[in-house]
Every structure is written in structure tokens, then in C-alpha cells.
Design a protein around this ligand. Structure first.
Ligand code: HAM
Length: 427
């Protein structure tokens, strides 16, 4: 009999690993830029960590976790997610003693015994961040901003992605909301699917994110958690949304977003893409202000998110990206004949100097042109009337995201320009 890989656990073949390495590199670089440091917890933990941390009644722990005894009969689990592990490590190594805010990131395989389908595997890979130690709603928005920046750095079309946000309040709010929800759903229980009828008893909040159409119909009329949180949680949510707006991050408030893990408090969010089909969450996260204490540490608020690598790689394949092969992509910022002439001259000078370069011929919004540039080139050069006056152009290192005005002579030596930009970024 020929042996095959286990259902839901697939090989990542050499044809794909280049893309994976590129994405992992971009993630590490970006997370570092936002001051997160890598942590690598083990793949195997005590099963009890997830029962306590994620919740014994959640689908993830109750139905999907790989649990097995070791030779001494101790119950172990393949980690289904990493937040509980990171918090365990935070407590175990007393990381709070070193700093008031600890920012950690991770990349690695997770395991859930789910029904395999597009975008859902039994072994999958997550990238994620956890910021432990602050209750500031600006931190929730910073974490969301990091997610948005990742998408931008990878050249994905942000217009096709939507932030869904909600607040589920503190533990006391949830207890109250549970009652409100039960009195709405109870009389309508006959219309719910069998899973939801069971959820009604254990965790009625989970009924809200059921995908079965008959349940969705009942749920869309249900009272929303955001209307049933205490004033401190409501203020926090308003603060979070205000910071999102200040950062230019558009979102929609989704009363049915509750997430499938029990540790969440207050802010929850997901970044979703229609292109991912039924499993449309590219990443998800939120606040978990009680988890550190629950796992034996001091009362410490925290927020984070995680995303699935497979889903990210799938979107990048969809967009049929070309590898950035050009040194420069030149973008004239107006149709002014002077600007167009100067663009051609710069382009010709680059090519004569042996560089691979191209220019935008179709004028688009600057943001769109930058997305094209990110797909094609390592650097972008903007030509506008002000730069011409000084015999120069604005150059942007697309990997590092830094830019400055440089002379034509410098542009034909992009390594020197990028070296300078990198040095400036580092200083
Ligand atoms: P989660 O929503 O369970 O959250 O998973 C986060 C992301 O992992 C999902 O949005 C999805 O992209 C990916 N994912 C989950 N399950 C699978 C699967 N079976 N196959 C492929 N991809 C999958 C958490 O895990 C939380 N720990 C996130 C977090 C961090 N919250 C706060 N900090």
C-alpha cells in the first residue's frame, strides 16, 4: 500500500517554498518594525493549558484538539493556537518583571481536527502577535494597523479586504448579555440547527456566528453585545474605533462577530476577504484581559491577533504576482509635458547604466501605482514638478517603506541610494 500524508496535512513543495519564505521574511521584518520580538513556544503543551485558556467548551478544544497521553499517562495536546502558549510562557518566565509592555510574535504550525476544505487544514501555520501589559485602546488599533500594514507590504489589494469589529465587553457584561441573548433565542430555538440548540445551553454567544442560513435569519434580529456593555467597555470601544479612524483604517461593526475562543474580552476583530470563500477570515484577534491571571500570572490586560499562512499564500497566488525583478519603477505624478520628459530621461539614464527599470504609462491614483510598483520593482521613483526644479526625484525603498529626494546621479546607483535609506531607517 502506498502511504500518503495524513488527511488535512499537506506538503509544502519546493515550488511553493520560495513564496512562503518571502512572506515569512516580510512578516518578520514588519513585526520587528512594530517592536515585536519573536518567541518560539513548543508545539506540544499540557492539554489542560488549552482547556483552561481557550475554554473546555469551545469547538477548538472540545471537538478539534489532538490530545494524547505520553508514556507516563500525562495528557498532552498538539497546540491548536498559540495565544495560550505565549501567555503561559509570559507567566512562566515572569516576563512582566522586565517590562511594562511585552510585545511578542510567533510563526509556526498549529493543529485542529476540522473538516478539511479550501482554506482549512488540520495542520496549518499561523503568524501572530501578542502585546501584553496595556489596556490602552490605541494598542488594539495598533495591532489592527499592523495587520493592515502586512497586507499592504505584501502588495495585496486592501480594497478587497474588510475589517469587522465588535466588542463583547468584560466578563460581567458577557454574563448579562448571555441572559439577554437567551431570552431572545430561547423562544426561537426550534428554528435553530441542532449544533446551535446545544450551544444555547453551553455558550449562546456562539450561535451568533453560525453559518447555517436558518440560524442567520434568527440571529440577525438578536440584540447586539455592543449595546449591552458597561460604560468602561463602551468607552474603550469608542476609543478603539476613534484610533482606527485616525489611522485611516476603515471597518464595519459586526454584531455577530464573537470569535470561537473563550478568552476574549472587549475588542474583537477580523480581517476578511471575499476571495477566500466560506473560510473568509484572513486573520482574527482581539483583547484578552483576563487570560494572564487565569493562567496564574498577575492581572494583566493584553491584545493580539493571528492569521493563517495558507490563506495569505492563497491570496497572493490569486493575485498572480510577478516577483519584483526591476530595480526601479518610475511614476510621473502629473501629465505635465516637462514631468513626462524628465521621466523618460531618468528611465533612459537608468537603463544605460545597466539597471532594470520601467515606468507607469497609465496614470492611476498614487496608491494604485505604488501597488503596481510593489509587484514589479524593489524601488519606486516619483517625478513631479518640484523635483525637476532641483534636478532630482523622490525615491522609495519598497521593502523598507522609506523615501527621500535624490539626485539623478544617485538614482543610477540604486544600491547606494538604498544603502543610505536603510542607514537612515536604522538610525
Ligand atoms: P483563530 O481565529 O482561531 O484565532 O485563528 C486565527 C486565524 O488562523 C484564522 O483567521 C485563520 O486565518 C487561521 N486558521 C484557523 N484555523 C485554521 C485552519 N484549520 N486552517 C487554516 N487556517 C486556519 C486564534 O487562533 C487566536 N489565537 C488569535 C489571537 C491571537 N487572538 C489574540 N491573539
Amino acid at each position: 500500500m502506498r502511504l500518503a500524508s495524513v488527511r488535512g496535512m499537506r506538503d509544502i513543495l519546493p515550488a511553493e517554498t520560495g513564496l512562503w519564505q518571502g512572506v515569512e521574511g516580510a512578516i518578520r521584518e514588519l513585526f520587528g518594525r512594530y517592536a515585536y520580538r519573536e518567541i518560539r513556544p513548543p508545539v506540544v503543551e499540557l492539554a489542560e493549558l488549552f482547556a483552561r485558556g481557550v475554554g473546555a467548551e469551545t469547538d477548538i478544544v472540545h471537538k478539534e484538539m489532538y490530545v494524547f497521553p505520553d508514556r507516563k499517562g500525562q495528557m498532552l495536546a498538539l497546540r491548536p493556537e498559540a495565544t495560550a502558549s505565549v501567555v503561559r510562557a509570559y507567566v512562566e518566565h515572569a516576563m512582566h518583571a522586565g517590562s511594562d509592555l511585552v510585545k511578542l510574535y510567533y510563526l509556526g504550525p498549529m493543529f485542529r481536527y476540522e473538516k478539511p476544505q479550501m482554506g482549512r487544514q488540520r495542520q496549518f501555520h499561523q503568524y501572530g502577535v501578542e502585546a501584553i501589559g496595556s489596556l490602552d485602546p490605541a494598542l488594539d488599533a495598533e495591532v489592527a494597523d499592523l495587520a493592515a500594514q502586512l497586507v499592504a507590504d505584501l502588495g495585496l489589494d486592501r480594497a478587497r479586504l474588510r475589517f469587522r469589529v465588535n466588542t463583547i465587553g468584560c466578563a460581567a457584561d458577557r454574563e448579562g448579555y448571555r441572559g439577554v441573548l437567551l431570552s431572545h433565542l430561547g423562544p426561537r430555538a426550534v428554528g435553530l440547527c441542532s449544533d446551535c440548540r446545544r450551544r444555547l445551553e453551553q455558550n449562546p454567544l456562539r450561535v451568533l456566528d453560525c453559518k447555517v442560513p436558518s440560524c442567520r435569519e434568527i440571529v440577525c434580529e438578536a440584540p447586539s453585545s455592543a449595546d449591552h456593555v458597561c460604560s468602561a467597555c463602551a468607552e474603550h470601544f469608542e476609543g478603539f474605533k476613534g484610533h482606527m479612524e485616525a489611522l485611516g483604517l476603515s471597518y464595519e461593526q459586526d454584531a455577530t462577530l464573537v470569535r470561537g475562543l473563550d478568552y476574549y474580552t472587549r475588542t474583537v476583530f477580523e480581517l476578511a476577504s471575499e476571495e477566500l470563500g466560506a473560510q473568509d477570515a484572513l486573520l482574527g484577534g482581539g483583547r484578552y484581559d483576563d487570560l494572564v491571571a487565569l493562567l496564574g500570572g498577575p492581572e494583566t490586560p493584553a491584545v493580539g491577533f493571528a492569521g493563517g499562512m495558507e490563506r495569505l499564500v492563497m491570496l497572493l497566488h490569486r493575485e498572480d504576482r510577478e516577483e519584483p525583478e526591476l530595480d526601479w519603477y518610475v511614476i510621473p505624478v502629473t501629465d505635465d509635458p516637462e514631468v513626462v520628459r524628465w521621466t523618460s530621461q531618468i528611465l533612459a539614464a537608468m537603463r544605460r547604466a545597466g539597471l532594470a527599470a520601467d515606468r507607469a504609462y497609465v496614470r492611476k491614483a498614487l496608491r494604485k501605482s505604488l501597488q503596481v510598483a510593489a509587484r514589479k520593482a524593489k524601488g519606486a521613483v516619483f517625478v513631479g514638478p518640484e523635483e525637476i526644479a532641483s534636478g532630482a526625484a523622490k525615491a522609495r525603498d519598497l521593502a523598507a517603506g522609506v523615501e527621500r529626494v535624490v539626485s539623478l546621479a544617485a538614482l543610477v546607483d540604486p544600491d547606494a541610494v538604498r544603502g543610505q535609506l536603510a542607514a537612515e531607517e536604522a538610525s
